[in-house]
Design a protein around this ligand. Sequence first.
Ligand SMILES: Nc1ncnc2c1ncn2[C@@H]1O[C@H](COP(=O)(O)OP(=O)(O)OP(=O)(O)O)[C@@H](O)[C@H]1O
Length: 387
Amino acid sequence: METNSTSGASGAESIVVENLQKRYGDFEALRGISFSIKPGEIVGFLGPNGAGKTTTMKILTCFMAATEGRARVAGYDVHQASRQVRERIGYLPENVPLYDEMLVYDYLKFMADLRGVAKARRQERIQAVAELTGLGQVMGRPIGELSRGYRQRVGLAQAIIHEPEVIVLDEPTTGLDPNQIIEIRDVIKTIGRHKTIIFSTHILQEVTAVCDRIIIINRGQIVADGSLHELEARVAQAEPGLRVSFAGEPTAALQTWLAELPGVEGVYAVSGAPTMASFRLKTRDKAQTRRALLAAEPPAEHELLSLTEEEPTLESIFRLFTGGSTEEGEVSEAGESGAQGASETEAAAPSPVEQDEEEEALSDAASNVPSAGEGAADARQEEVSRG
Ligand SMILES: Nc1ncnc2c1ncn2[C@@H]1O[C@H](COP(=O)(O)OP(=O)(O)OP(=O)(O)O)[C@@H](O)[C@H]1O
């Protein structure tokens, strides 16, 4: 039975999820999630491995039933009106099943048929999606001969062949090289001009490159929902920080001196030039710590070179909303290797001096993948002179 006969195009929400729960045996993969997405929004569904992203997407696309709760797509209940939902939704699964021996053109024709595109419109639709996804050159090639980037374009093309209002993409850039990632992001942005898109990722940078909004899921629960700007503001409030650099090699004396400044709650060594000692300071009160830093005399030979106010990074956003428990490689700035490029050196530091590996991994990884969002990690330079 249909709960609402209107489609998302009329201005209603494109996706409405209410208290959705999913249990696999005794395991609760989704623990009552709720959110809604408006027509035309591009939403990044962000979370670490096992958070529940694929489970949510499978329920939205009628591949799996929820244990409790409701979901509506384009006004139709996924459980009660699955045919109507499937007609209005396009899905790119994490591992899209493609037939290697089929020509790209034949595959798209086959998928158009499967999705109920009227015979008279098939040719026009194949041409339109080929153009949109940049497949023109490879329409006569067997899918098995295509690069991973082109295979993903084929996956996107099949997801939109029937002109769905809502598009669900499960980790669409996983396994692609940096150039392919940028190309696929561009295709997603182009498609998103006229469609509602929800796509999952554990690549933090993806969300700034493509999304209007971010929903963060962790252990089956929604832990944050807002624009990047809103989430950054919340992090800035929760994790105020400064970055300082001094002349000379980092020493225990310098770190102890920093740790004892008013307001300071943590000192994190950050690698830099060999003749420079750089630290991130976690502070209860940025203004108080900054004043103290400028007024006090650092240990001998450690002239203060710069004092920088830290902007929240995507990593810090994720850390805040998922309880700080990112595992190595689990959530990365620029792909699977993102958490492995830490460049700071282990400092022999007195408590509470700590390392901030994620921070450095982020800037390393970010330099590999040019994209929007790099500015999020940039700090506002406030050069200070101690002359
Ligand atoms: N068929 C299943 N049977 C039992 N447990 C499952 C099944 N499918 C998923 N799970 C578990 O449910 C949780 C959520 O899985 P899901 O695939 O939705 O997470 P995800 O956020 O998409 O992760 P990833 O980023 O690794 O794809 C995980 O702990 C997973 O092991």
